[in-house]
Design a protein around this ligand. Structure first.
Ligand code: FAD
Length: 286
């Protein structure tokens, strides 16, 4: 079974996200990470795509390599802003012909370094239509529990677009967040709009205090005061920061599963130890 919609219909999924490595050394490190995570039996893994196509070939090559050479179901992320319809269609055809069956359809972010770029597709939903026209992919989309940063706090507008996007596809994966209430509120708001598609919570363990605050600011995720307090109490001891981060991610994951989340999607940053520890804490390791 390699369509994620089929996996989700069978039960919970547990998945890992990677980014395409830039150097040979980083590629070797990712291979090691994949070999360390494979024994956990992931339902699927996914590989990010550089906005504007900056990692077009690297994302494609690593997605195809993982699925062909390890047998793990691999999903390709794809962003549509600043691409032509033809560029996207030809990449989707390559995926289809290589046996890749799962696509995470994203808008991406508008380029800040270009004055002119193609404006053929603006929203993730535009890309969803194109993906469907190329093949029978299982399609996922991004969800932002704390609202998308370009929504400017307009909750009703944001949820309306998210529900429309989910209703046209198979599942969602969220941006990371640190408090279960953000995810649970989003699920309730989607249900009120008649949308009950599975949305996988994205889990990002804090292993480095400065890095995570930078990521959270970029992603529009709140870095709550209680978490900052726990992290800064041990800020001079990297091992202790890691321990706190893993404990917090374990508590969040357990709470989400207890409230019926359809699975967990781990942002691995191409490293395996934190994910493996959380897995073990949750009793998921076989
Ligand atoms: P959309 O769903 O298109 O939404 C963007 C904004 O437009 C929202 O505010 C929405 O409310 C609004 N909107 C949507 N439709 C309409 C409409 N018809 N009219 C008016 N407003 C509308 N980025 C990358 O570059 N590469 C990646 O690999 C990548 N992977 C990601 C994986 C996950 C799980 C997540 C959560 C995000 C990822 N991103 C990635 C980031 C994502 O590309 C950005 O958040 C981007 O700004 C928006 O993408 P989207 O697909 O959520 O956009």
């Amino acid at each position: 079974m390699s369509k994620i919609r089929d996996e989700l219909a069978e039960g919970r999924t547990f998945s890992f996200e990677f980014f395409p490595p830039k150097t040979d050394e980083a590629a070797r490190a990712l291979e090691k990470t994949i070999s360390e995570l494979q024994p956990l039996g992931p339902s699927f893994v996914s590989v990010t795509y550089g906005a504007g196509g900056s990692t077009r070939d690297r994302t494609r090559d690593i997605v195809i390599h993982i699925q062909r050479d390890t047998g793990i179901t691999a999903m390709a992320h794809l962003t549509c802003i600043a691409h032509t319809r033809d560029q996207l269609a030809s990449l989707l055809e390559e995926y289809r012909d290589a046996g890749i069956e799962n696509i995470l359809a994203l808008a991406g972010d508008p380029p800040t370094d270009l004055d002119e770029y193609p404006h053929e597709l603006e929203y993730a939903l535009d890309l969803v239509e194109l993906v469907k026209s190329v093949g029978d992919f299982s399609i996922g989309v991004a969800a932002h529990p704390e609202l998308h940063p370009r929504s400017n706090g307009d909750r009703a507008h944001d949820r309306h677009h998210l529900a429309a996007k989910l209703n046209a596809t198979d599942f969602g994966i969220t941006q990371f967040f640190f408090e279960a209430q953000h995810y649970l509120r989003m699920v309730d708001e989607l249900a009120a709009l008649g949308c009950d598609k599975p949305v996988l919570p994205g889990i990002m363990p804090v292993t480095n205090a400065k890095q995570i605050q930078r990521f959270a600011a970029m992603a529009g995720a709140e870095f709550p005061a209680w978490l900052a307090e726990r992290i800064y109490a041990v800020a001079d001891e990297p091992d202790e920061v890691r321990k706190v981060g893993i404990a917090v991610a374990t508590e969040l994951s357990q709470e989400l599963l207890d409230h019926g989340a359809p699975g967990l999607h781990f942002y691995t940053l191409n490293r395996s130890p934190a994910t493996r520890e959380i897995y073990a804490n949750l009793g998921l390791s076989s």
